[in-house]
Every structure is written in structure tokens, then in C-alpha cells.
Design a protein around this ligand. Structure first.
Ligand code: GLU
Length: 448
């Protein structure tokens, strides 16, 4: 049953009618609108001036064909998207996802969340997202390069350091950003470093950007635990996924004294009671690009469970870092029965609405992705700062900036939750605080 305020119901129905068949986008919008009842009661101008309708309608949506040639000389064709959602606070900012599941509804959910996430960082960045239904699995480096070059041959005309600044997401890491940047540079004849983030350290990338999303998720978790007089030290932690976010969340949690025992990929999960060996995990997933079972084969005590749910593994802190809607009501019930204390979303919208509700009703500390995983995009903004000033910072300095930003994100969420009568509700706090910032900027900028 929805917790939507009656005054906002018509707005949600408009979104449903205008965007048929985009279930993930509907879910992301509903989750924000459910928090805004007390806000629009206090500030009717947001409804009167159509701020909610405008926020739910992207400023611009691009859909284009990406033809490319595979290693056998066959012509392949994919569809790509860039949704430039909101630029009230800064240039559109958000990653590109390459995954066969990508369609407009996924890109719009991610772009919509990105508006609020980016606002929460306190940095001057608007919200956007893009991607393609291209499946990088099993593709050679040369194929990846040709695909990236073809995609950029269309996308470049919509980008710019003051216009739209993509980065990575699922299926897009340092290798892809390199090929995309190379093609942008070649077409435009401009060394415009700030047009993409997540670049390699040899050509304008920032220290800590690779680690930032995972580290930030753990910094947020630390703050959330500290607010209740607790800490990560000695806690049993499970992460899902084994990509960039999961690996560095596990690494930072372990560095802060937690015992990280499990992670997963789409083939199943691994439990390692000795604590995950992060170096081996990096080798398997980032260097060999292999399945997670290869990790278990190289660790005598680790067990690989094919096809199972990693949330069956008992833990006190759960960090879902894989993908949207990966943790459902059943998984949440298991976690609660097993005594979970805190859940922080390293991925975007990994918990279903039912799972989120269950955690909140069970008084589990719950951090939504737009707050908990904001460290990635925040460090992208730090990369843009370094590019703009033609500077590069040390790892220590950059990590400290990231930590301060995550402390700030936590404070903003906690303060808004308190002010609007839902103390400890980080979902409401994140949505309200970021909505107010974006909505006020939109009002100030007039009807644009
Ligand atoms: N894809 C990441 C996210 O979901 C990072 C975006 C960026 O750095 O622009 O926030």
C-alpha cells in the first residue's frame, strides 16, 4: 500500500500516464513523492508552480542508434540513451550503463535519482544518466573500443564540461571511459578533461574515484552507526555484487575493523569465513574478468553457492552493491530474522519498496542509495574541480574530501528528517533535503 499524500496522488498519476511501461522510473518517482507530503503542506508553491511535474519530466531525452563491427566483421546494432534530467544546480552529471537490460525506463529511474543524489553532495552538479543495451560480456577490447567510439560519434555533440558530463556505471569503467574520452578529443580537437569523469590517472583522472562509491557507502554507514552510539568494528558484513562498488565497500569496511564474509555476482555467491581476500577478488573480477566461482577455487575455506541469494548469509551490516531490486521482501525478512542492524545501498535502488518498508518497520538503520552511494559522483565533481584548476590532488587529500562530503550528506539527511518529523528516517531525510535544494533553485530560475 502506498504512503503517498492525497495532494501528491494526481502528480504520480500524471507520471504513470505520461511514461507507460517504465516500472523502475515509476518506482523511483513514487519513493520520492511519498516523502514530500509534509513539504508541500508547508510550501504549496511547489505544487502551484508545477515544480513536481517539471522535476518528473526530463529537460531532454536522447535516443540513438549505435552501429559497430564485431571481430568477425559482422555489423552489430545497439540502442543508446542520454537523459538530461535536470540542470538547475549544474551541468547534467551521471554515469553511462552498458547492460542488456538498459531501456528508457532504467535510464530515467537512474537519471531521476541522480538529480537528488547530486544535490545531496552539496556540489554544483545537475542530474543525468545514459547507457546502452550493449552487452560487454565476452567482448574483446577491440570490440569495446569500436562500440565506445561509435557511441561517442553521436553523443559528443550533446556533451561539454558546462553542459553534460558522463562517467561510468555498470559495464562502464576505466577502459570504456578512456575510449570514450579519446574519441571525444579526436572529434572536437579539444583536450576538455572535465567532459568525462572516471578517467585514468595518466590523463586527468582523480585519485580515489575508483574507490569512491564503495568507500563513501561505508563512510555513510559509519556515520549512521555512530549516530546510535555504535560502530563497524567487529561487525559481520555482507556485500552483494563484486564490481567496483562492492569491492571497495568491502575493502573500506575491513579497514575499519569489520569482518566482511560474502559477496556475489549474477552466477551466485561466495562465503569466506576467513574474511574476503580483497586482492584476490580484484584479480578475479577486475583483471581476469572471471566469474566469482574462480575466487572460491583459490581459497580453501571459501564456499561458492551457485544461484543462491547472498542475503541468506547471516550478517549485522548488509551492503547491497549489485543492481536495482536485487533485495526483495523475502531477503529483507531473512536479514531481519538474522539480526541485521544496518543496511546501506551501495547500488542504485537495490532494495524493493517492500524490503525498504520492512527494514524501517523493524527499526533497522536504512540508508537509501541516493545518500549512501553519493560518494562516487561527489568524487567525480572533485575530478571536475581538479580538471578546471589543472591540478591533481593526493590520495589522502581526496579521500579526506570524500569523507567530509559523506559526513555532510549524512548531516543533511538527518537534519531534514528531524525537521519534518521523521527522525532517523534517512529515506525521507534524503528526499526532502535534496528536493528543497533543487526545487528552490528551479523557482529562482523562473519558468525554464
Ligand atoms: N554511476 C554513478 C552513480 O550512480 C556515478 C556517476 C558519476 O560519477 O557521474 O552515481
Amino acid at each position: 500500500m502506498s504512503r503517498l499524500d492525497a495532494a501528491l496522488q494526481p502528480h504520480y498519476e500524471i507520471v504513470l500516464a505520461r511514461n507507460p511501461g517504465e516500472a523502475e522510473f515509476h518506482q523511483a518517482v513514487l519513493e520520492v513523492l511519498e516523502s514530500l507530503g509534509p513539504v508541500v503542506r508547508k510550501h504549496p508553491e511547489y505544487v502551484e508552480e508545477a515544480v513536481i511535474e517539471r522535476l518528473c519530466e526530463p529537460e531532454r531525452q536522447l535516443i540513438f542508434r549505435v552501429p559497430w563491427t564485431d571481430d568477425q566483421g559482422r555489423v552489430q546494432m545497439n540502442r543508446a540513451f542520454r537523459v538530461e534530467f535536470n540542470s538547475a544546480l549544474g551541468p547534467y552529471k551521471g554515469g553511462l550503463r552498458f547492460h542488456p537490460s538498459v531501456y528508457l525506463g532504467i535510464v530515467k529511474f537512474l537519471g531521476f535519482e541522480q538529480i537528488f543524489k547530486n544535490a545531496l553532495t552539496g556540489m554544483p552538479i545537475g542530474g543525468g544518466k545514459g547507457g546502452s543495451d550493449f552487452d560487454p560480456k565476452g567482448r574483446s577490447d577491440a570490440e569495446i573500443m569500436r562500440f565506445c567510439q561509435s557511441l561517442m560519434t553521436e553523443l559528443y555533440r550533446h556533451l561539454g564540461e558546462y553542459t553534460d558530463v558522463p562517467a561510468g556505471d555498470i559495464g562502464v569503467g576505466g577502459r570504456e571511459i578512456g575510449y570514450l574520452f579519446g574519441q571525444y578529443k579526436r572529434i572536437t580537437n579539444r583536450y576538455e578533461s572535465g567532459v568525462l569523469t572516471g578517467k585514468g590517472l595518466s590523463y586527468g583522472g582523480s585519485q580515489v574515484r575508483t574507490e569512491a562509491t564503495g568507500y563513501g557507502t561505508v563512510f555513510f554507514t559509519e556515520q549512521m552507526l555512530a549516530a546510535t552510539g555504535s560502530s563497524l568494528s567487529g561487525r559481520r558484513v555482507v556485500v552483494s555484487g563484486s564490481g567496483n562498488v562492492a569491492i571497495y565497500a568491502a575493502q573500506k569496511a575491513a579497514a575499519l575493523g569489520a569482518h566482511v564474509v560474502a559477496c556475489s555476482d549474477s552466477s551466485g555467491y561466495v562465503v569466506d569465513e576467513d574474511g574476503l581476500d580483497i586482492g584476490l577478488l580484484q584479480q578475479v573480477k577486475e583483471v581476469d574478468r572471471a566469474r566469482i566461482s574462480a575466487y572460491a577455487e583459490q581459497r580453501p575455506k571459501a564456499e561458492f553457492v551457485a544461484g543462491g541469494s547472498v542475503w541468506d548469509v547471516r550478517c549485522e551490516v548488509a551492503l547491497p552493491c549489485a543492481t536495482q531490486n536485487e533485495l526483495d521482501g523475502d531477503a529483507a525478512r531473512t536479514l531481519v530474522e538474522n539480526g541485521v542492524l544496518a543496511v546501506a545501498e551501495g547500488a542504485n535502488m537495490p532494495c524493493t519498496p517492500e524490503a525498504t518498508r520492512l527494514f524501517q518497520e523493524s527499526k533497522v538503520l536504512f540508508a537509501p542509495g541516493k545518500a549512501a552511494n553519493a560518494g562516487g559522483v561527489a568524487t567525480s565533481a572533485l575530478e571536475m574541480q581538479q580538471n578546471a584548476s589543472r591540478d591533481s590532488w593526493s590520495f589522502e587529500h581526496t579521500e579526506e574530501r570524500l569523507r567530509e562530503i559523506m559526513v555532510g550528506v549524512h548531516e543533511r539527511c538527518a537534519a531534514a528528517a528531524d525537521e519534518y518529523g521523521t527522525p532517523g528516517n534517512y529515506v525521507a531525510g534524503a528526499n526532502i533535503s535534496s528536493f528543497l535544494q533543487v526545487a528552490d533553485a528551479m523557482l529562482a530560475l523562473g519558468v525554464v
